[in-house]
Design a protein around this ligand. Structure first.
Ligand SMILES: Cc1cc2nc3c(=O)[nH]c(=O)nc-3n(C[C@H](O)[C@H](O)[C@H](O)COP(=O)(O)O)c2cc1C
Length: 360
């Protein structure tokens, strides 16, 4: 609803959306990355609450897509990590995403790593982050989900607390799974953040099989009790050998997961060697990740042989990158860094490009 004071501003506003976003971006990009991230999200939520969200929103064509038994208005989603606590869900959803993934959430609130922990590599259209799962805890996220008014598809990405030993990680995933199950459309087991020590080791062999089996069994039990099927997905890293991708694919098939999200950020610094931030620890995302992530989508999709959908994420900076992910075998795509650099225009570009491909 448009508030009393904002309606006149909106009707008087003749600045086209791309120019408005460019103006906002040039202001926000003057600030340190994490501060501009927080201010940008708070501003977006305020605009949405005042009924001014339309100033930042493009007309997004419908491109209905079905995956893991869910109906998506379009196949372009927001990747995990931007809205860790579901504090901005309604405002983000209203921009036209086909789905929004919130989290990573952990059982207990935790502050994450010391700041600065987010770096903007402008020339490379990239980000490096070592946030370390900063979040307000699963109970807060659940309260936010109960209050949401956006009716699009919402995924919840779950993780473990820093203080929980890797050997005990299953308990943290179980706590989150049980708490979010009634409020999520799908749930993602995140084993691929490079910023929680030891987490990525759970992506392999026996530890992966044991953890996923436990969680999938719990999913089946919850779906029976709650009479609601909430698909369980796994999110993987891009820094995997071909053999590792094949082995993960075999495990998720055996366990009977609903899908896989590929990929998280990379530890590689290829493409950003000349940046002042190249030496910063953390995961690299954005343009330098595009090809590596698409290659993982391709290998994974081939290994899964159509047994379950793949969600392609990593370096989608323009419509063509989304098309490449789908050509590589993705059923859905997600974006994070590209959205920071290009704003809501990228949602429209991706949906339009995918629509064109679908129409042949
Ligand atoms: C600042 C930042 C925080 C992130 N936090 C999370 C997270 O909490 N959980 C997660 O699964 N992925 C997280 N990611 C990874 C993104 O969801 C995405 O997989 C990755 O950035 C690659 O996509 P992109 O190139 O479009 O950014 C984060 C990425 C960034 C840049």
């Amino acid at each position: 609803m448009l508030c009393l004071y904002c309606a006149p501003i909106m009707s008087a506003c003749v600045v086209p959306i791309p120019m408005l976003y460019a103006l906002l971006r040039s202001f926000l990009f003057l600030l340190p990355a994490e501060l501009s991230h927080d201010l940008g999200l708070k501003g977006l939520r305020l605009a949405h609450r005042c009924g001014l969200g339309a100033l930042l929103r493009y007309e997004i064509p419908a491109l209905p897509t079905t995956a893991f038994g869910l109906q998506f208005a379009n196949p372009v989603g927001l990747a995990a990590g931007l809205d860790k606590n579901a504090d901005y869900l309604d405002a983000l959803g209203a921009l036209g995403f086909g789905f929004v993934e919130v989290g990573t959430v952990t059982p207990k609130p935790q502050p994450g790593n010391a700041r600065p922990r987010l770096f903007r590599l402008k020339a490379e259209r990239a980000l490096i982050n070592r946030m370390g799962f900063n979040n307000k805890g699963v109970d807060h996220l659940v309260e936010q989900l109960k209050r949401r008014s956006w009716r699009g598809i919402v995924g919840v990405n779950i993780g473990k607390n820093l203080t929980t030993k890797v050997e005990d990680a299953a308990q943290d995933y179980l706590i989150c799974l049980r708490k979010v199950y009634a409020y999520a459309d799908y749930i993602v087991v995140n084993l691929s953040s490079p910023n929680t020590p030891g987490l990525r080791s759970l992506q392999f062999g026996e530890p992966l099989q044991a953890l996923l089996t436990l969680l999938q069994q719990e999913q089946v039990a919850l779906s029976q009790v709650q009479q609601r099927h909430v698909p369980l997905l796994l999110k993987i890293a891009p820094d995997l050998s071909d053999e590792e991708v094949t082995s993960i694919a075999a495990t998720v098939r055996k366990v009977g997961l609903a899908g896989v999200i590929a990929t998280n950020t990379t530890l590689s610094r290829t493409g950003v060697e000349t940046s002042a931030y190249c030496g910063e620890a953390g995961g690299l995302s954005g343009a330098p990740l595009t090809r590596a992530s698409t290659a993982v989508v391709q290998k994974l999709a081939a290994a899964l042989a159509g047994s379950m959908p793949v969600v392609g994420v990593g370096g989608i900076m323009q419509g063509a990158d989304a098309v490449d992910k789908v050509a590589a075998g993705a059923a859905l795509v997600q974006m994070y860094s590209g959205f920071i650099y290009r704003g809501p225009a990228l949602i429209r570009d991706a949906v339009l490009a995918l629509q064109q491909t679908r129409n042949g």
